[in-house]
Design a protein. Structure first.
Length: 409
């Protein structure tokens, strides 16, 4: 979702810039389909080579029409040091563009500004939630999720009513609105949203001990071995365009091995599917390839909903889409997409449908997981949802190419 900021554009427009004060970014892609909210990463080292000494809050990112775009600068995988000499390091300049169908390239200008660039609206956000038994929650302008920490798994003390749940499944919070709701819902008491929609959305998804919306496990051909709740968390970037965080799981026993997993989530504005990298390490046996199952809960609705559920496997896309029609509160789509090179088919157990992937320990498995709610108005039919999942699979298989060069005088 592109947000235009005329006030920011004015900061740069009032300056007379030479070629040394601007850089050009050219982004190309090979798909004929539209790519809304395509996230563009410009290595800071390449930008700094064109604009020596450039400061992260003294620049404007403009599209070909001259509109200023929201951006952030991440320190994930830093490529260049802070020119101020304060010891920081930067990774990528991040912004987004809506590629129209058939649009194969787009050009952007990065310009220095004399004044400080004001903050942009937050569209991707993650946080640890200590006030609720160490949940970890995240959201963007489309959908919200959460996972469960060790506090929820701990036994209840005698005489207390503490909830206990051991689960590495992924929960879904359904949003109607584009603004952040995680803090608002926790402040009110998230259980309220199990039954009530105050025009913002609902927490109506059931996880239990299932994989929920994209949890993982190790598949031995007959059984899925799963971990307990996450153990540690770390936020690497936190909006306004992209949030990145890591959580760790394990160790747990799977097919004679002790397995640990590190998951890195990348949450981009304007997307219903998040990108995930899972890296598994094993001990207790000879190193060997693993088969990982990425799952969707077969029965995610509340009691009394009389759901009608369709699963749509698409092996040519290495994806699995789910569409659940509920008695009330609309329909819900969920999906998993894995990289085609890792795809190993499908399986199921009593509570999950699984996309299988071949994984080498120590090497990341890349996949996407997420959900879409009909009441949000973006996907109102099953076909809408399956089309969206197919487009996401195509975009994963064909990333954009970014080239940085000098600005024109």
């Amino acid at each position: 979702m592109k947000i235009l900021l005329p006030a920011v554009a004015g900061l740069a427009a009032c300056l007379s810039l030479s070629a040394a004060e601007r850089a050009t970014v050219t982004v190309t892609q090979s798909l004929a389909l539209a790519r809304p909210s395509e996230t563009i990463l410009v290595p800071w080292s390449q930008l700094a080579a064109q604009l020596p000494g450039v400061q992260i809050y003294h620049l404007a990112v403009k599209d070909a029409a001259g509109h200023a775009l929201p951006y952030q600068v991440s320190n994930v995988a830093p490529t260049a040091k802070d020119p101020s000499g304060r010891g920081g390091a930067y990774g990528d300049l991040i912004f987004q563009h809506d590629f129209a169908a058939g649009e194969r390239s787009a050009i952007f200008t990065i310009e220095r500004t004399a004044d400080v660039t004001p903050p942009f609206p937050v569209q991707a956000y993650a946080r640890y939630v200590p006030e609720r038994l160490d949940d970890f929650a995240w959201e963007n302008d489309r959908i919200g999720h959460r996972i469960y920490g060790p506090g929820l798994a701990a036994p209840a003390a005698p005489g207390t009513n503490k909830e206990v749940l051991v689960s590495s499944g992924v929960d879904v919070w359904c949003k109607r609105v584009s603004y952040p709701i995680v803090d608002r819902w926790y402040n009110k008491g998230h259980d309220f949203y199990h039954k009530h929609d105050l025009a913002e959305g609902m927490d109506m998804y059931n996880v239990g001990q299932s994989r929920g919306c994209g949890g993982t496990g190790i598949w031995d051909g007959h059984r899925l071995a799963i971990s307990g709740n996450y153990r540690t968390w770390k936020i690497l970037a936190n909006g306004p365009v992209r949030a990145v965080f890591e959580v760790t799981y394990g160790p747990w026993e799977a097919d004679g091995l002790q397995v640990c997993e590190t998951k890195r989530f990348t949450v981009d504005a304007g997307h219903n599917l998040d990108q995930v990298e899972s890296t598994f390490t094993v001990t207790g046996g000879a190193p060997r390839e693993l088969t990982v199952g990425v799952g969707l809960h077969k029965f995610p609705t509340d009691k009394g909903q009389d759901p009608q559920t369709d699963f749509v496997p698409a092996p040519d896309q290495a994806s699995l889409a789910q569409w659940v029609r509920q008695k009330t509160h609309g329909s819900l789509g969920t999906a998993v997409v894995v990289t085609k090179s890792a795809f190993a088919g499908y399986a199921e157990d009593a509570v999950n449908r699984l996309v299988l992937a071949r994984v080498t320990p120590g090497q990341p498995l890349r996949y996407a997981i997420g959900a879409g709610w009909s009441e949000a108005g973006v996907f109102t039919t099953e076909q809408d949802w399956t089309n969206y999942v197919a487009a996401c699979a195509a975009r994963m298989a064909s990333p954009v190419t970014v080239t940085v060069g000098p600005g024109s005088p």
